[in-house]
Ligand binder design. Structure first.
Ligand code: ADP
Ligand code: MG
Length: 622
């Protein structure tokens, strides 16, 4: 074959591969265009997971009739003029690739009208070829429809997953964009059924409630912090609402929902030992930085960004989290559930249940729908859903249920935030008013304070107190050595021996005396004198083992943490009676701690049951 320039339809198909991977990519591009167009309301509808149909309707600026065709050309954009503009770009899009890519791989239709124009335009373009262009009546804004993704590109189509799986990707994206933009009312419909709708109130707490459910919305700590030109605002979930993965760590930079190992790390460091190992928090953070300091043109999908000063971003996020958690009342409020109590409609369904119902929906509606676009007669509302009547009825019911639940939640939120402003349980001023009522199961102490019941796990509390004392002693180098006679002889692996040699000083600084004893053998002649006698050898081995996973600079700190954490295990166990005086003393000590809320392993030391909760149970209030 001789060398030749590819025709534009081929070029577009190739280029589309970078931007359009699956239905969710199309939804992402279309919704971002709607947001860039200043829409305050966006409706996303999909069928068959978006494989047979995607429709995104907005009430944004619309496209002037004479520009509609050019919007579908490659590299056509109204958002930047030249490469210089890239540095300060504030819009979500700027590459001018989305519409041309979508039109290259779908049967695409757009209905758009600007506020100034009397009529709108309907333009149909399939596989990059224009099919029709006509003037029509339409509401202000834009409706984009993408049908039959990859219909003429079987190799790409083959790589799509099931409708349920593709739809789940779309749903995830829809949730992310809604969390990123609480000022926009976003609705998501799947096979004609409304999956969620946000109010567009601008309050992130509302969106969290509408998307993540009541449990999370009721356990948030608001944050606001600025440092080094970076502003961080949003909500942290209390440590108790933890997750097994990072899926609930949400953050946006300049209005763009992104993924960033750097920010995740800063968040997790900020939570520190308040989280159990291998569990991750819920957060929703909005970062604002000078657009010039953020490079968003790293990847065609713009899911990653590059910061000009990553350290500043890291510090700002970490300090936001640390600061807020340090000041907050982190005692978890326990809600007593009646046996068989139903879940509230605002709450997220169990994921298994969700998947099953999705599967059912999909199989009910196997036949690909190819309905005509019904043009709304005036006056019109944006976004008429599929199967209008049925969906409307259902929505009405859902809205009523939601309103009732929201009303109750609002009441409780108000009550909680009123509580936040008061003294917290562990503030020094409240100590004198905390009344210990008694002990149960030789393990828990019941206390009363400020209209709530507090249950203290004496074992966890003791562990925490000991741990903090030990850590302080180690840090302040108040630990003396206890000589061992005879010494403990340790035989280590090559790697462990090397680590021990490298960190000799760190070990010495906390009270160990360790000498080489030939080859990979060492003689431990002294240990910190506060170590419980039984665990000297095990502890040391365990610590050396733990070192291998860590970086050098953190080792002294890690040694302190490990030694303290392991030696505090020898503290009071549950099922051991404490006298009232001992319990009062323990409580005094807890009040002196920086973070009294969790034991070193992340378990809570105190939980709370509100008086209101008890009264509800006794049917004094409903
Ligand atoms: P980009 O978003 O990178 O500019 P796109 O291919 O996504 O490129 O869109 C091309 C242009 O079409 C946009 O720059 C914008 O002017 C216009 N456009 C696309 N979608 C909409 C919409 N929903 N409302 C108004 N204008 C739109
Ligand atoms: Mg775009």
């Amino acid at each position: 074959m001789s060398i030749h320039i590819l025709d534009s339809s081929t070029i577009n198909k190739i280029a589309a591969g970078e931007v359009i991977e699956r239905p969710a990519s199309i939804v992402k591009e279309l919704v971002e265009n709607s947001i860039d167009a200043g829409a305050s309301s966006v409706t996303v509808e999909i069928r068959d997971g978006g494989i047979s149909l995607i429709r995104v309707t907005d009430n944004g600026s619309g496209i002037p009739a004479e520009e509609v065709r050019s919007a579908f050309l490659r590299h056509a954009t109204s958002k930047i003029e030249s490469a210089e503009d890239l540095a300060g770009v504030r819009s979500l899009g700027f590459r001018g690739e989305a519409l041309s890519s979508i039109a290259a791989v779908c049967r695409t239709e757009i209905i758009t009208k600007t506020r100034e124009a009397l009529t709108g335009v309907r333009y149909v373009i399939e596989g990059g070829e224009e099919r029709s262009f006509e003037e029509i009546g339409a509401p202000d804004g834009t409706t984009m429809i993408a049908r039959d993704i990859f219909y003429h590109i079987p190799v790409r189509r083959k790589f799509l997953k099931s409708a349920a799986a593709e739809g789940a990707h779309v749903a995830e994206f829809a949730e992310e964009i809604a969390l990123a933009h609480p000022e926009i009312a976003i609705r998501f419909l799947w096979n004609g059924k409304s999956r969620f709708g946000t109010s567009g109130s601008g309050n992130p707490r509302d969106v969290i409630y509408q998307i993540c459910g009541r449990e999370i919305a009721m356990n948030l700590i608001p944050v606001k912090f600025s440092d080094g030109g970076i502003h961080v605002e949003g909500f942290l979930g209390k440590p108790e609402i933890s997750h097994g993965s990072r899926a609930m760590e949400h953050y946006c930079v300049n209005g763009r929902y992104i993924r960033s190992p750097l920010i995740s790390k800063a968040i997790e460091e900020g939570y520190g030992n308040r989280m159990m190992q291998h569990s991750f928090p819920f957060v929703l953070l909005y970062l604002t930085a000078d657009p010039e300091a953020v490079d968003v043109n790293v990847h065609p999908t713009k899911r990653e960004v590059r910061f000009s000063d990553p350290q500043a971003v890291y510090e700002a996020v970490k300090r936001t989290v640390e600061g807020a958690l340090g000041e907050s009342d982190l005692i978890r409020t326990v809600h007593l559930k009646e046996p068989g109590q139903k879940q509230e409609p605002g709450q997220k369904k169990e994921s298994k249940q969700k998947q099953e119902s999705e599967k059912k929906q999909e199989s009910e509606q196997r036949n690909p729908v190819r309905e005509q676009t019904v043009l709304p007669s005036r006056p019109v509302r944006p976004a008429e859903p599929f199967e209008k009547v049925r969906a409307e009825e259902e929505n009405q019911r859902e809205r009523e249920q939601l309103r009732a639940v929201r009303k109750r939640a609002e009441y409780e939120l108000r009550e909680e935030s009123a509580g936040d402003r008061q003294l917290t349980f562990f503030s020094p001023e409240s100590r004198a008013h905390v009344r210990l009522a008694g002990e149960v199961f030789d393990t828990y102490w019941i206390a009363e304070w400020n209209g709530a019941l507090y249950i203290i796990d004496q074992h966890a509390a003791h562990e925490k107190v000991n741990y903090e004392h030990l850590t302080r002693q180690f840090r302040e180098q108040q630990v003396t050595s206890q000589q061992l006679m005879p010494p403990i002889i340790l035989t280590l692996s090559e790697r462990e021996a090397e680590l021990l040699r490298e960190n000799e000083d760190a070990f010495r600084s906390i009270g160990y005396e360790i000498e080489p004893f030939g080859g990979r053998t060492f003689a431990v002649r002294a240990v910190p004198d506060i170590l419980p006698s039984v665990m000297k050898e095990d502890l040391l081995k365990n610590m050396i083992g733990g070192l291998s996973e860590e970086a050098g600079a953190r080792i002294p700190e890690l040694l302190i943490e490990k030694t303290a954490s392991m030696s505090c295990k020898a503290a009071v166990k549950g099922n051991q009676h404490l006298s009232k005086e001992e319990a009062e003393k323990l409580l005094d000590e807890m009040f002196s701690l920086e973070n009294p809320y969790n034991c070193p392993h992340g378990r809570p030391t105190v939980i709370r049951i509100t008086r209101q909760e008890l009264e509800r149970r006794f049917r004094r209030i409903l």
